[in-house]
Every structure is written in C-alpha cells, then in structure tokens.
Design a protein around this ligand. Structure first.
Ligand code: NAI
Length: 712
C-alpha cells in the first residue's frame, strides 16, 4: 500500500500505491499505515530525510468517503482525526526534512498530507489539480487544511480556496505559494531528492521546520486581528450567507476554523478544526450531499441502471437531426467525445449554423487558455453539417432534436430509419411528447428511446433516459453506453407526461405562481425560492422558460386528457401573463422588466393584476411549500413507476433543475423529515392549499411501515 525504501543516502522513500484502486485514498488501513510509517521513519536513526510520493498517476485523491460515513460516533471520528493530526505534526517536527513529490493531483486529504511536508514539487501534468474541494460535498478539510493553508499562503489567499473548493493547475498552485516547484513530468522525485540532499547537509534545526513552528512566525498577509484580515473574513462571511442563505454549515464552519484556529498556535488550531470537522461530517446536510453527489451520482455514472447481459456498445458515428439550440449542443458533446457527427437540418445554412455553435464554444475556450488549436480543429472536423439524410448510413444512433411537433418528428424519423442499419438506435430529445406515442410512427419501436438533454448541453451534465412502452432492454443498455461515452450522467425513467424532471420542476414554478395569485408579494416569493436553496426564484424562472411555454403545455394537456385534467392554480397566472403579452425574458417583459441597459426589476404593474394581500406570510411557510410541492410530486413519480429508484429522483433533481444539494434531493428530503412527519406536513398543506399536496398512498404506506427511500 505504502512501500518504504531507505536509500544509501539516508532518504526513506514512502511511495503510495494502493492495490486494486486507480487512486490512492486516505482510509482506515492507509491512514494507520501512514501513521505507523511516520513513527518508524522519525525514530529510525538511519533515515536522514523523507520523500513521499505515489506510484500512481495522481498523488492522493483525498479521504475515503465510505470510511468517513461509516460511523456516527463523534468521539470515534474525533479520535481518528486527532490521530492523523498527531502523525502529521510528528512528520513536520521530526527534525528530518520531508519532501513531497507529486506526480499528479493532490486533492483534499492528499493536499493536506502534502502540506505537512517541508517541500512540495509537482510534475507539470496538465490533468493535475491541487485544492481542498471538501466544501463541495458539504465537508471541511479535516486533515489540517484549514490551519496549514492559511498559515502558508495567508488568510486572504486561502479563503477562496477553502470556501469554494477551487482546484488549481500546477502552475497556479505554484503561483499561489502552495507548491515550491513544478518540473517536467517524471522529474519530480529527482527534484525532491536534490532538495532533500541540500536540506540534509544543513544544520537540522535551521532548515526543517515549518514556518509556523519557527519562533516569531507571523501569518503572511496579516494576523486574524489585523484590520485587512478582519475585513476579508467579514466579507467572506457576508458572501457565504448571500450565496447560501445559511443553508450550508460547511462554509461557516470553515470560517470558524480559520477565525478561531489562527489566533492560537497550530496544535490548538488543529484541535479546533477536528471539533468542527466532526460536527460538519455528522450534519444532515453533509450526509445528504455525500449520499447524492458522491455515492448516487457515482452509481449513475457507472450505469447502475444498465440491464445486464447486453454487450457494451462502442460508438463511432452519430446522427443529429435538427441543428438548433439542442441539436448543436448535442453535436458538440458527441464530437468532443471523439465521435463522428452527421448534423442535419432543413437547409445547409441551418446545419452550418449548428456547427458554428461548436466553433464559437471552442473559441471561447481558447480565449480562456483551454485546449489547443489542433484539438479544436480535430473536433470541428468530426462534425459534418448537411441536409442529406443518406449521410446517416452507418450511424450507431440518431438523436432527433427538431421542433416540438409530433408530425414533423414522425416524418424525420421515417426518413432516418430508411437509411439506418438494422441495429441502429433512434432517440428523441423531446421535452414534452410521450416517447411511446412518438415510437408509434417508428418501424422498430423496440429501438426507439428518449434521450432528454438539458440546455445548454455543453454545461448541463444530465441526460434523462426515457424508456417507452416498447423500448427493449438492449436499447436502454446501449443508450446508457452512449451517455457514458459522452461523459454525462444518466437517470432512467419510464415514459409519462413531463417524464420526471419537467413534471417535478414545473411544480416549483407553478407553486410560486399560485402564491402570486394568493396575493403574496412577488419579491417575497422569489426570495423564498432562494432561501429554500433553489438557484432562481419561481417568478424569475418562469420568465426564463417563458409563461408561453407553461401555458402551451397546460393547453395541450387539457386537450389530451379532457375533464380528467385539473391543472394547478399557477396555470391561470401563466395564462393571464400571456394575455398581457408579458411572456418572459425573451420578450423583454414578464414578471420582471428587462431593460437593455441595467438589471432586471420587478414589473410595477404586477400589483394591479395580482393585488397584494394585506397580511403577508412568514417566508418560512413559503419555503416549506416550495420544497414540499416538489417532494410530494417526486413521491408520486415513485408510486406510479415513472421512477424506479430514489437515486435517479435525487440525482435528476440536483443536476436537472438545481434542487438544493444540501437537501440531497426531493426523496432525501422526505427521508430527512421521516415519512410520518412528511405525511403530516402534506396533510396540513393539502387542507390549507389544495389537492396538489395530497399525500400519495405510497407515502401513507411508508409512514405506517416506517420505511425510508434509502432503506436505512
Ligand atoms: P430549435 O428551434 O432551436 O431547433 C430546432 C431545429 O430543428 C431548427 O434548427 C430547425 O431548422 C430544425 N428542423 C425543423 N424541421 C426540420 C427537418 N425537417 N429536418 C431537420 N431539421 C429540422 O429547438 P430546440 O430548442 O433545439 O429544441 C429541439 C427539441 O429539443 C424539441 O423537441 C424540444 O422540445 C427539445 N428540447 C428543448 C430544450 C430546450 O431547452 N430548448 C430542452 C430539452 C429538449
């Protein structure tokens, strides 16, 4: 796991290479071994210097989250962290120089271990990243990161790294003062040895102390009490609150670690960090984030939903029908993944425009120093814009993204199928039309599936895979292979109106509109959305998607379902806005006005059409409704079999429409409440606000049996 070689020069080389894993991680075994090896190397008189490195591509990827989540015992966790702190303190204080040779990324616990060395040299590996990303999973760096990093580079420079979890490239980590040197790949161990030789020759007490252990040490850039640092901490605190509305404990606890830990000596600071670390790991927010963002997303990416026994499909050529906003984005993603793309539209100019979208994206990336001109040229060369369906011959899959029109979709399907090989899959990117209905036009409905991408495709990693009534297991398996090849995250849902994501997402928007109809102040509604943790308030969001679209879907559903369809109170509000011509952002006017210059502001005329009630509700009540309305709809999707796993519900919600990560997803939210408590909540809301909150039978059954979605 960690091999030790003591070289003739007296350098002990500790090289990490954990068996059966692509990455080294800090877990029970490796931590124990690390602590033991540090004890031994410190005590061994033959060892004059220590070189720590990795035989894998990267140094250490961080702490093993399975290990971290395995216990809820605060005392056990505290002692575990303190054991590591003691070992790292021994490493930096053993009187022997310690160099870290980093062949690739050192993240989280990996960087924290590296920070306990006296010298860090990294290979100039373009994929290598250095940082403390714990906060992105609701955690804080518990291996000394909140104490050593600010002591090394200064509080002001460390705060963004700690609070945003930024991952720096080697050159930037060098500039930030985290690394001492960056050398050509393969040269990092030699560079570390050279430094060790020099350090071993020098008088030990002079060279091998950390700056913070030297008498008279001052934090670079100023101590906590200095006015500039006080101001930086206050600004960071305000920013954290503005961005998160106090929903995430991790960034607050990180700030506390820095504030409290840096006014004392490092040993006391490390103890402070350990205390906050335990508190953070055990918070429901961290648990929810780790479960969904790490475990569930990991399972989805590993295609947990893939039917067994179907050979893996290798993709070389894909067709995309419709080179509009979605088609152009899908073509870019496929070409980026190395696939040949035939991009078809009605006119050559439209197809060319679709390809030009990729060019524009690549130019933007180049302006940010990403990618090489050769890579960009190769990507573009893989996209063939055309009007000629015959070019689809040989495609493994065709993804249709033409206008949202059943007859048009049927027509392009027939043209494509006439050219495609017998094995090829046909996928529609429809956002509203049921897949089974579209498949009726196909000559081979078993090979017909929904692949619902999100806009903008190059930024949104989710693909909602929709299984139609006749879609075969092999088609599902092979479609999932494509999603994986594109580097995206799939969820699998069964065909239904609005599928899963649009259906549940729309409940959030419509609940906001219902509040407006009740007379709630518009600013209060949008603030409640943000306070709930959603990225955008419901009114602003309606303007983004357009009231017209909401109204159109409502009308179509009414036509399709007749009297069985009730709609929601929010639909009347959307209809009224369409009548008023205030359809949203694209028209420059909706709930907000969008002046050409300046920021959007609420439309003053709203009060005339939706008069404000004299008494306004407590924002907490609005937050409760905005979240519960989504959670109860997600439960209905489980009950109806639209969803088959809680994993897909939660991953789809966070990636698809920005459901707040600290809640873990709508079904994690139900679990957190407990089915019985959530049932009572729904009953109360149904009594005061209507049937849309009425608890589904599944929820009642769960409340009775005590079952949870995650089976704990
Ligand atoms: P768009 O209007 O930007 O693009 C549609 C493209 O299809 C146009 O370039 C049009 O010229 C082309 N087209 C029309 N008839 C054609 C034909 N006979 N042969 C070839 N191309 C033809 O629309 P957008 O937004 O890209 O949407 C496309 C599909 O994706 C729709 O089904 C939509 O519901 C769905 N969708 C849209 C999302 C969005 O956010 N816009 C999100 C997810 C799905």
């Amino acid at each position: 796991m960690i091999s030790v070689t003591v070289e003739a020069s007296g350098i002990a080389v500790l090289s990490w290479d954990m068996a059966g894993r692509s990455q080294n991680v800090l877990n029970a075994e490796s931590c124990q071994m690390l602590c033991d090896l540090i004890d031994e190397a410190a005590a061994d008189g033959a060892v004059k210097g220590i070189l720590m490195t990795s035989a894998k591509r990267d140094f250490i990827a961080g702490g093993d989250l399975e290990w971290l989540s395995a216990t809820d015992d605060a005392a056990v966790l505290f002692e575990r962290v303190m054991r590591l702190h003691r070992a790292l303190r021994k490493l930096e204080n053993c009187g022997k120089p310690v160099a870290m040779a980093l062949p690739g990324s050192a993240l989280g616990g990996g960087l924290e271990l590296a920070l306990a060395g006296h010298y860090r040299v990294a290979a100039d590996n373009p994929k290598a990243r250095f940082g403390l990303p714990e906060v992105t999973l609701g955690l804080l760096p518990g291996g000394g990161g909140t104490q050593r990093l600010p002591r090394l580079i200064g509080i002001q420079k460390a705060l963004p790294l700690l609070l945003e979890g930024k991952r720096l490239k080697a050159a930037d980590a060098l500039k930030a003062g985290i690394l001492h040197a960056v050398v050509a790949p393969g040269g990092e161990q030699e560079a570390a040895r050279a430094w060790l030789h020099d350090a071993m020759l020098a008088a030990p007490s002079e060279r091998v102390q950390q700056p913070w252990d030297v008498k008279g040490y001052k934090v670079p850039g100023g101590a906590v009490a200095s006015p500039a640092v006080q101001q930086a901490i206050m600004a960071a605190n305000a920013l954290v609150h503005a961005r998160t509305w106090g929903n995430y404990p991790a960034p607050h606890n990180i700030l506390s670690c820095v504030y409290e830990g840096l006014i004392t000596d490092i040993d006391t600071g490390l103890m402070t960090e350990a205390r906050y670390f335990v508190q953070t790991v055990l918070s429901p927010e961290a648990k929810a984030m780790i479960r969904t963002l790490f475990f569930s997303m990991g399972e989805a990416n590993k295609l947990a939903a893939r039917p067994a026994g179907v050979p893996q499909q290798k993709y070389t050529k894909v067709g995309v029908l419709g080179a509009g906003m979605m088609g152009a984005g899908i073509a870019y993603k496929a070409a980026q993944a190395g696939l040949q793309v035939v991009l078809i539209d009605r006119a050559q100019a439209d197809a060319d425009k679709g390809k030009a979208y990729s060019q524009a994206l690549l130019e933007k990336q180049a302006a940010h120093g990403q990618g090489t001109p050769e890579q960009a040229a190769a990507l573009l060369a893989r996209i063939t814009p055309t009007t000629d369906y015959a070019q689809l011959a040989g495609c493994d899959i065709v993804i249709e993204a033409v206008f949202e029109d059943r007859a048009l979709k049927a027509a392009v399907n027939a043209r494509a199928e006439a050219v495609l090989g017998a094995d090829a899959i046909y996928a529609s990117n429809t956002s509203t039309l049921p897949i089974s209905g579209l498949a009726e036009a196909s000559a081979r409905p078993a090979q017909f599936i929904g692949l619902h991408f999100f806009s903008p495709v190059d930024k949104m990693p989710l693909v909602e895979v929709i299984v139609g009534k006749q879609t075969s297991a092999a088609t599902l398996a092979r479609s999932l292979d494509l999603v994986q090849a594109l580097g995206m995250t799939p969820i699998v849902v069964n065909d239904a109106r609005g599928f899963y994501t649009s259906r549940v997402f729309s409940t959030y928007v419509l609940e906001g509109l219902a509040m407006l109809a009740e007379g709630v102040a518009p600013a209060l509604i949008d603030n409640a959305g943000l306070q709930a943790g959603m990225p955008v308030g419901p009114l602003a969001l309606t303007d983004e998607v357009s009231s017209e679209l909401i109204h159109k879907i409502d009308r179509q559903t009414r036509l399709d379902l007749g009297a069985a369809y009730q709609g929601r109170p929010g639909h009347a509000v959307a209809a009224r806005m369409v009548e008023l011509g205030r359809i949203g952002k694209k028209a420059g006017q909706g709930y907000y006005d969008y002046p050409e210059a300046g920021k959007k502001r609420l439309w003053p005329g709203l009060a005339e059409h939706f008069p404000r009630a004299a008494a306004q509700p407590d924002p907490a009540q609005l937050v409760e409704r905005l979240i519960a309305v989504q959670a109860v709809e997600a439960v209905r999707c489980m009950e109806e079999g639209v969803l088959t796993t809680a994993r897909d519900a939660d991953v789809g919600a966070i990636l698809g429409w920005g459901f707040p990560a600290f809640r873990g997803g709508p079904l994690s939210e139900v679990d957190r409440d407990g089915a019985a408590a959530f049932l009572a909540r729904c009953e109360r809301l149904a009594a005061s606000h209507g049937e849309r909150f009425a608890p589904p039978a599944l929820l009642r059954a769960m409340a009775q049996s005590g079952k949870t979605f995650y089976g704990a």
